[in-house]
Design a binder for this molecule. Sequence first.
Ligand code: SF4
Ligand code: SF4
Length: 74
Amino acid sequence: MAKVIFDSERCKGCELCVSVCPRGIIRMSNTLNSQGYHSAEVVEQDKCISCAFCARICPDTVIEVYRETKGKVS
Ligand code: SF4
Ligand code: SF4
């Protein structure tokens, strides 16, 4: 399951999320959304640490972050 989900149609392309990601895994898409903006996207979901910095800084609440629950360990 994806840890980070972007509602790309609502993204305004401000790049704030790109600037705060500690793993450097958010980039701007080459294509335009229906509003005419290059939307943000995550390129390597498996490197995400679910810190939610991206979701907190986004002014348009485009991003949802999920944290995987640990399975039974013993
Ligand atoms: S939750 Fe953290 S590590 Fe994951 S994409 Fe957002 S800022 Fe990057
Ligand atoms: S902070 Fe939000 S609006 Fe700005 S580029 Fe990232 S997802 Fe898009």
